[in-house]
Each structure stands twice: as structure tokens, then as C-alpha cells.
Design a protein around this ligand. Structure first.
Ligand code: IMP
Ligand code: MG
Length: 179
């Protein structure tokens, strides 16, 4: 048993993930045909999703990686600042940029990141998220591709972590730590 049964349950199975990723890859391949596509993988959470997604896309693309850390810049918690821990290695000016994220929660991190990347004058900037948890959204951000909408529960697996563990689970599980 790879996942303690007592305190967890499967929310999205491996088969569901595979089917959805294939469909997303097909849609992205059609939408960006003959366009200069850069896929931006946000480390570490979206690494597993991105690895599967890019192999479901059958048009030329550049795969690049970025690591960011977010911190709250005011008392209300609404002013999230993003620090770039690892920047892109490639230029995105004039390119179609698809940011791949693991989960959109409040939307604050992605909102800030999109502003930073927009300043580099890409032709277009779009968002693909594996999971969307709209219950906790603070800022509306445009999601072009979404894998699954989930309820207000903490999830782990398929790249998502709890204190850096569980990223290697081949499914999305609901995490209920034992108290
Ligand atoms: P936000 O949308 O700015 O609130 O930030 C979302 C980020 O918080 C994601 O990129 C994840 O790294 C992390 N996160 C939010 N919810 C979860 C969860 O349920 N499991 C694991 N990580 C999460
Ligand atoms: Mg993340």
C-alpha cells in the first residue's frame, strides 16, 4: 500500500488523470498549431503533470521551467508578492506562453506571475491548470485549460505535496492528517 488508507482517499484516479491529460494535449495541439509555443512548468508541483502533458502534445514546443515562492506582502493577505527562485532560460518575447500549474487556489500567485511574464512581451499568455479549487478564489484569473474542478479539500499526489511528501503518488488523493 503506497498511501496510508486510514487518513486518505482517492479523489481522481490514475486512469482519470491519463484520459484528461490526453484530451488537454489534443486541444492544446490544435489551438497552437503553427504557433511558437513555450510551455512554462512551475516547479515543483506541476512537474509530473507537465511531463505527461507535453508528451500528449504533438506540435513543436519549447519546454522551460520556473520556480517561484510567494509571500504575503500585507496584513489582509490579499497582496501576494512572488519571488522568482529560478527564472526561465529562454526568451518568451513574441511567443505563445502556456503556464502549467498544479492547482489554482486563491489565484494570487498566478495573477502576480502573469503580470511579471506579460512585461516580457509574449504574443499571448495562457494558463493550464490540472486542478481548480474555485471555493477559495480571491482574484479571478482566466483559465484556458483546466483538468478538474475540485471541492474545498487539501489534495496530494501527482506532483502535489504535503511538506514535500506524496508527490510521487500516481493519483490525486484527499489528505486528512490524523489528529
Ligand atoms: P494560490 O492560487 O496563489 O493560492 O496558490 C496555489 C498554490 O498553493 C499551488 O500552486 C500549490 O503549490 C499550493 N496548494 C494550494 N492548495 C494545495 C493543495 O490542496 N495541495 C497541495 N498544494 C496546494
Ligand atoms: Mg505550486
Amino acid at each position: 500500500m503506497r498511501f496510508p488508507e486510514k487518513n486518505t482517499s482517492i479523489l481522481i484516479s490514475t486512469q482519470q488523470l491519463q484520459q484528461r491529460v490526453a484530451a488537454l494535449g489534443y486541444a492544446i495541439s490544435n489551438d497552437f498549431k503553427d504557433k511558437p509555443l513555450t510551455i512554462v512548468c512551475l516547479l515543483k508541483g506541476s512537474a509530473i503533470f507537465t511531463a505527461d502533458l507535453v508528451r500528449a502534445i504533438d506540435i513543436p514546443l519549447i519546454l522551460d521551467f520556473m520556480a517561484i515562492s510567494s509571500y504575503v506582502g500585507n496584513d489582509t493577505g490579499s497582496n501576494v508578492m512572488v519571488k522568482i527562485v529560478k527564472d526561465l532560460d529562454t526568451e518568451i518575447t513574441g511567443r505563445e506562453v502556456l503556464i502549467v500549474e498544479d492547482i489554482i487556489d486563491t489565484g494570487l500567485t498566478l495573477n502576480y506571475l502573469m503580470k511579471i511574464l506579460r512585461a516580457r512581451s509574449p504574443n499571448g499568455i495562457y494558463l493550464c491548470t490540472l486542478l481548480d479549487r474555485p471555493a477559495r478564489r480571491i482574484i479571478e484569473i482566466p483559465i484556458k485549460y483546466c483538468g478538474f474542478e475540485i471541492p474545498d479539500v487539501y489534495v496530494v499526489g501527482y506532483g502535489l505535496d504535503d511538506q514535500q511528501y506524496y508527490r510521487n503518488l500516481p493519483f490525486i488523493g484527499v489528505f486528512n492528517p490524523l489528529t
